[in-house]
Ligand binder design. Structure first.
Ligand code: TYM
Length: 296
């Protein structure tokens, strides 16, 4: 049976972009697949020994790095973007997509629910799987990405950039644990334009279209239907209606997150159970891989 795999960085609280791009699908897929692994990609603690899952990821990462050319990695948009902003970028940032490929291939994953910004990374994972298979024998299935209902949610302050945890403006991202007051304030102050009716036109009206995307992603309606339903709204009314929907949707999530934060023992238990299951698969694939290349 096909295995589903995905991951999220541990820094900060997930925002509605993470939710609509990926996490909404993670939840849905639980009804469709039995074999699922979702992980926290704790790259910051890669040297900390108590994360017992890391060695196999790093080891397969190294094997794949030896198959991957520098010119291939230089083409990736995240590298092009991030290496522009600083002269002192680490090798880790450059190699990161290969480690991500290792995350995925280590579990022989077939389906990877992610947002649009990860599509190029999934292409790399497929290329590396194919390269490896051709050179050493069929081990890895070629993993397919599965996009969420809204592929790329933009910052509420600047529709030219994606919604991101690291956005300097706190008003740019709505986190899934934000209070109702906070959510309302962020949507109220979200960027719009000089037209007051609600239409969907990402090129001419990127800010409003981003809000329509969020509305559509959360309600499950098409963007056309959202514009039709909201044709009597001006932008302010629309923003307030959207805020209400977001508040309603994430109310139980926020309550559950807060409840779980009080129950650290339970979280540790769940993580440990996941680790046991994942590391067994990871170890098996790693041994198979090392045998294939002759270093076991
Ligand atoms: P991360 O932690 O940045 O984001 C987690 C997921 O959320 C999606 N996402 C978005 N979708 C729509 N609009 C946005 N504004 C938005 N921002 C983020 C991302 O596409 C992602 O699916 N490299 C990955 C983590 C990773 C991974 C993996 C994922 C490491 N190894 C293996 C899948 C499989 C990342 O940084 O995601």
């Amino acid at each position: 049976e096909d295995r589903v795999f995905s991951g999220i960085q541990p820094t900060g609280v997930p925002h509605i972009g993470n939710y609509l791009g990926a996490i909404q699908n993670w939840v849905k897929l639980q009804d469709q697949y039995k074999d699922i692994i979702y992980c926290v990609v704790d790259l910051h603690s890669i040297t900390v020994p108590q994360d017992p899952k890391v060695p196999q990821h790093a080891e397969l990462g190294w094997i794949l790095m030896c198959l991957c050319t520098m010119s291939r990695l230089k083409l990736l948009p995240q590298w092009k973007e991030k290496s522009k902003t600083s002269q002192h970028v680490g090798v880790g940032l450059f190699n990161y997509p290969v480690l991500q490929a290792a995350d995925i291939l280590l579990y022989k994953s077939a389906v990877v629910p992610v947002g649009d910004d990860q599509v190029k990374h999934l292409e790399l994972a497929r290329d590396l799987a194919r390269l490896f298979n051709n050179k050493y024998g069929e081990i890895f299935p070629e993993p397919q990405h599965m996009l969420g209902s809204s592929h790329r949610i933009k910052s509420l302050r600047d529709p030219a950039v994606k919604m991101s945890k690291s956005d300097l403006s706190k008003l740019g991202h709505v986190d899934i644990t934000d209070t109702p007051e906070n959510i309302r304030e962020k949507f109220k102050k979200s960027k719009s334009d000089f037209t007051s009716n609600i239409t969907y036109d990402p090129v001419e009206r990127p800010a409003i279209s981003n809000l329509v995307d969020i509305y559509a992603g959360i309600t499950g309606l098409s963007t056309e239907q959202v514009c039709e339903d909201c044709k009597n709204h001006d932008t302010l009314n629309f923003k307030l209606a959207l805020a209400d929907i977001v508040i309603e949707t994430f109310k139980p999530v926020r309550e559950e997150v807060n409840r779980l934060l009080e129950d650290k023992g339970h979280i540790d238990k769940v993580l440990y159970k996941g680790y046991e299951k994942a590391s067994e698969i990871a170890e098996q694939t790693l041994q198979e891989t090392k045998k294939a290349i002759g270093v076991s």
